[in-house]
Design a binder for this molecule. Structure first.
Ligand SMILES: [Ca+2]
Length: 358
């Protein structure tokens, strides 16, 4: 009997909790926590896509129940602040960046209240990237044990990082005889990624550890570490800033003295965002980027993120001749000869190529 009572009591508690939960739910439904919108943005639509030279019409209207008198409206776009009443036209070639842009609208009422609204739009470049041609100058040996993540030429040495957990290393070897001058193992919990040399320091990213390593470029002695919030993929520099990819369409420009992000660009071509940006090389004012999984290099404008050219390297190597090779990755620039070195993960060759306009 006692047991029965206990069960009944438990059922009652559960029933009570259930009813309480139900009533809470209906209360939330009845009293919407959403703030009432007094303004509608009629144009542009959310996530609407525009091209270069398009006009973006920004148009707002009051909702039916809004009787408040509008004193003025402001549109904030990038660094521009524009005053308008209910409609204003913007040109996409003024202060927009390729990719996602957020337009902010501030509505000031006569009763001193202010409302803020925002809308995201996307800008695509109109221009289709042209293809660059290439000529193979030389085919050189490449250690097929290297799972190439970063490749650079600095004076008479190549520096190359090899990835994977427990197997990552950094190698420095001569560019003429391919003799190893120095090689160091990377801690087994780190997956080595992109490398770049700025002044006498070699900076290395790691894939998912949010941790970068700084080495002395001569001795490869570890000097310091740094942190970042995204994955680490490719790395290069413009002599002032580190330039970093993270596997997305974004490229970050980082101050090497404090690792703060100075700027970020979104990489777009005429058909949309270009993701999986991998190994990087800064060549004559442009960012060259391997695209992960494709034998294709994007030549990117560092100011706008526009892909100006593609280099199609699908035919550089007859892959049927080789087993166990992975994706193309690795771009290094030879300033003296104005040539570019290309390789891939576990590739047996390093290709020296000269680029040409088609
Ligand atoms: Ca490189």
């Amino acid at each position: 009997m006692l047991l029965k009572n206990k069960i009944l009591k438990n059922i009652n508690i559960w029933l009570g909790l259930f009813l309480l939960f139900q009533s809470c739910n209906s209360e939330i439904k009845n009293k919407s926590p959403r703030i009432k919108s007094n303004i509608k943005i009629d144009s542009p639509f959310s996530f609407e896509i525009f091209n270069d030279d398009d006009t973006v019409e920004v148009r707002i209207s009051k909702t039916i129940n809004n009787n408040k008198k509008i004193k003025k409206s402001l549109l904030i776009n990038g660094n521009d602040t524009l005053s308008f009443t209910d409609k204003i036209d913007l040109y996409t070639n003024r202060n927009f960046i390729y990719g996602k842009n957020t337009l902010r609208v501030f509505v000031y009422y006569a009763d001193e209240s202010i409302e803020k609204y925002s809308r995201q739009i996307t800008i695509y470049p109109k221009q289709k990237p042209s293809e660059l041609g290439y000529e193979i100058i030389k085919i050189l040996p490449h250690d097929s044990q290297i799972y190439t993540q970063g490749l650079i030429l600095d004076q008479n040495h190549f520096y190359e990082s090899s990835g994977q957990y427990g197997k990552s290393f950094l190698r420095k070897y001569t560019s003429d005889e391919f003799v190893i001058s120095k090689e160091i193992k990377i801690a087994s919990n780190l997956f080595a990624e992109g490398i770049t040399i700025l002044e006498d320091k070699l900076f290395m990213l790691t894939w998912k550890s949010n941790k970068g390593l700084i080495f002395d470029k001569n001795t490869l002695a570890l000097l310091d570490t740094f942190e970042y919030s995204t994955e680490g993929w490719g790395l290069t520099n413009n002599e002032r800033e580190l330039i970093m990819s993270d596997g997305s369409e974004k490229i970050k420009f980082i101050d090497p003295s404090n690792f703060k992000i100075n700027k970020e660009i979104q990489v777009y071509d005429n058909s949309g965002k270009v993701e999986s940006l991998n190994e990087l090389e800064y060549i004559n004012g442009k960012i060259f980027s391997n695209i992960y999984g494709q034998d294709k290099i994007a030549v990117i404008n560092p100011l706008s993120g526009l892909v100006e050219n593609y280099i199609n390297l699908e035919k550089i190597m007859n892959k049927k001749n080789y087993k166990n090779i992975d994706v193309m990755n690795g771009i290094a620039f030879n300033e003296k000869s104005n040539t570019v070195y290309i390789t891939g993960k576990w590739w047996p060759s390093l290709y020296e190529i000269k680029l040409s306009k088609r």
